[in-house]
Design a protein around this ligand. Structure first.
Ligand code: ADP
Ligand code: MG
Length: 342
């Protein structure tokens, strides 16, 4: 199949193609792609905005990251930031800088992923910008969301005695990246090599196609639970816990035996000779939610299959500690942690 070069259809041709990806699912979207700016009607809600940039060679590697997954991930990581404010995402804008070696078909693949994510998260693509790049591909997504003022959850409002909770499981995306890097090296050494991904599917999927936990945001709302503080886990549990505790002026105790991890994380960490605890505490890109709730909400969340209660918020003077099954407390570190013996 002959691929179409971007020069052939030009910027306006490309924008016309991309327009087809635009949908309108939210009442607040007054006008999307096609004018100098999009128009949004926020009503009485507060508007929550976040933006993220993904740079080829820094944040993604197209050797192993399909463009469709990349498009999905670029939207998901932004939706995750909106989720972490306890808001509902409504619109996104997508700006691209595209190197000359990309075909129209390649950019359409990217937009297929963007469109699928827009459908899943019920957001409207309302605009963006398209320009050329001398090097690789750069994708910037801006996500807009809405929330009632009283529903917005910040990082700086955790209180002593609150429960510390996390969604899903941790460490898989980090190990997924280790697997993909290893297979890339093996492939470069011997292009005949078939990738060995058996028993690693979950890890690879978590790296290439993360999900924002909007499902849990909706479920917490249904349960009548408003977190007292919240953050999404892009840089690892420990690092995010430091953000919550630092900004809230509190400490935390996290119980090691509560840390949620998939079996593939435990097995693969061993294979790479990495302590699984390092992956769980410091592995990035899981895009799960770390949040605190009032102790009185314990009964409402204790049986939720996707929420784990990890520990509790303590006075600042007690610091941030990991408590081992034998009851010893070891100071957590934002990156890595002080090595300890059982
Ligand atoms: P301007 O010159 O005013 O910046 P553009 O020609 O760049 O206008 O954009 C025309 C329309 O297409 C605008 O609505 C803009 O938001 C939209 N648009 C441009 N690039 C993209 C893109 N990569 N993804 C989505 N919408 C885009
Ligand atoms: Mg423009």
């Amino acid at each position: 199949m002959k691929l179409t070069s971007l020069q052939e259809i030009g910027e306006f041709g490309l924008i016309n193609e991309l327009k087809l990806s635009a949908t309108r699912q939210n009442a607040s979207t007054q006008y999307g792609i096609g004018d100098d700016a999009a128009v949004i009607e926020p009503g009485k809600k507060q508007v929550v905005i976040s933006t993220d940039m993904l740079v080829e060679g820094v944040h993604f590697d197209l050797t192993f990251c399909p463009l469709r997954h990349l498009g999905y991930k670029a939207v998901a990581v932004n939706v995750s930031d909106i989720a972490a404010m306890n808001a509902t995402p409504t619109q996104i804008l997508v700006s691209l800088a595209v190197g000359g070696r990309y075909s129209v078909e390649a950019i359409k693949e990217l937009y297929d992923g963007i469109r699928i994510a827009c459908e899943n998260y019920k957001v409207d693509l309302v605009g963006g910008d398209t320009t050329s790049s001398n090097s690789g591909l750069i994708i910037n997504v801006t996500a807009i969301g809405e929330a009632n003022a009283e529903d917005v959850v910040y990082r700086n409002t955790a209180q002593v005695n609150d429960l510390v909770c996390v969604t899903g499981d941790l460490g898989a995306a980090f190990l997924g990246l280790q697997i993909l890097e290893r297979e890339k090296q093996a492939f470069m050494a011997n292009p005949e090599m078939q990738p060995e991904l058996e028993q690693k599917e979950y890890l690879v999927q978590r790296q290439l196609r993360p999900e924002a936990r909007m499902d849990v945001i909706h479920e917490l709302r249904e349960l009548g639970v408003k977190p007292t503080s919240m953050i999404d886990i892009s840089d690892g549990l420990a690092s995010e816990l430091f953000h919550i505790c630092g900004q809230s002026g509190v400490g935390a105790a996290i119980y090691q035996d509560k840390l949620p991890a998939d079996e593939q994380v435990l097995n693969t960490a061993e294979e790479f000779r990495i302590d699984p605890l390092t992956c769980i505490l410091n592995g990035g890109e899981d895009y799960e939610l770390l949040f605190t709730v009032k102790l009185s909400d314990f009964d409402k969340i204790k049986n939720h299959p996707d929420i784990t209660i990890l520990g509790k918020i303590v006075p600042k003077e007690e610091g941030l500690n990991l408590v081992t099954p034998s009851g010893n407390a070891y100071p957590l570190k934002a990156q890595g942690w002080e090595h300890f013996q059982q």
